[in-house]
Design a protein around this ligand. Structure first.
Ligand SMILES: CC(C)(COP(=O)(O)OP(=O)(O)OC[C@H]1O[C@@H](n2cnc3c(N)ncnc32)[C@H](O)[C@@H]1OP(=O)(O)O)[C@@H](O)C(=O)NCCC(=O)NCCS
Length: 196
């Protein structure tokens, strides 16, 4: 899965990647998120960082150990060190609402579709096309499985990620998290869809 336009190589992850992937995910989602984080939260995160990382490592090990159909973890590496993953994403099957709506999910028709989660690029390797290349490889994988739609969630205040997904043709399918948005001021979750 090598693209001539980029220096990254995308491949399927294996158990030797778990340590690096845990670092990337912990760094990306708890320390170097593109979303605004207040200093109290940052201090707390630094304190519990080893526990967060360990939890992520256990989750990854358990997913890698299960032989789940239509599950994949893709990693990107750079020729400078082809054994060290610098970015990753996972794909699984997940129930999503069939019809777009602004309402609640309860009582709505749901169907299983391929779903991307845990897309993260190590902070030192951002804005070099790694995420774009992983997403294109994910689309290829899903097509090989015989599907023609791909879904993912993004928080409304994650502007970098939203820009990236929009750029690659992912469109708003549904919105969630209204109660937390109205009562606690938390960002909504947008469910995005791409058809190919
Ligand atoms: C969001 C994220 C995955 C993007 O990874 P990346 O490798 O830097 O993205 P790419 O280099 O492939 O970006 C491709 C294009 O997307 C857009 N883009 C990506 N990040 C952006 C940002 N922070 N701000 C604005 N546009 C951005 C740009 O158009 C970019 O092209 P350009 O660099 O030529 O302008 C990365 O910032 C990250 O890991 N963030 C923390 C974890 C996260 O939020 N994951 C997504 C969860 S939904």
């Amino acid at each position: 899965m090598q693209s001539p336009s980029s220096s990254f190589t995308v491949r399927h992850a294996n158990s030797r990647d778990v340590g690096h992937l845990s670092d990337i995910l912990t760094e990306s989602f708890y320390r170097h998120s593109d979303r605004p984080v207040n200093f109290l939260m940052r201090g707390f995160t630094n304190l519990v960082y080893p526990i967060l990382r360990y939890g992520i490592m256990l989750d990854l090990n358990s997913r890698f150990g299960e032989q789940t159909p239509c599950y994949a973890c893709l990693v990107a590496t750079h020729p400078a060190n082809k054994f060290q993953a610098i970015a990753s994403l996972e794909i699984c099957m997940r129930y999503v609402p069939v019809h777009a709506s602004r309402g609640f999910w309860l009582g709505r028709d749901m169907q299983q579709h391929p779903y991307i989660f845990n897309l993260a690029v190590h902070p030192h390797w951002r804005r070099r096309g790694a995420a774009k290349q992983l997403l294109l490889a994910a689309e290829k994988t899903v097509k090989q499985w015989g599907f023609s739609r791909l879904y993912m969630h993004v928080l409304e205040d994650n502007e970098g990620a939203r820009y990236l997904y929009d750029h690659l043709g992912y469109r708003l399918h549904d919105q969630e998290g209204y109660l937390n948005y109205w009562f606690l001021g938390f960002p909504r979750r947008f469910l995005l869809q791409k058809k190919f």
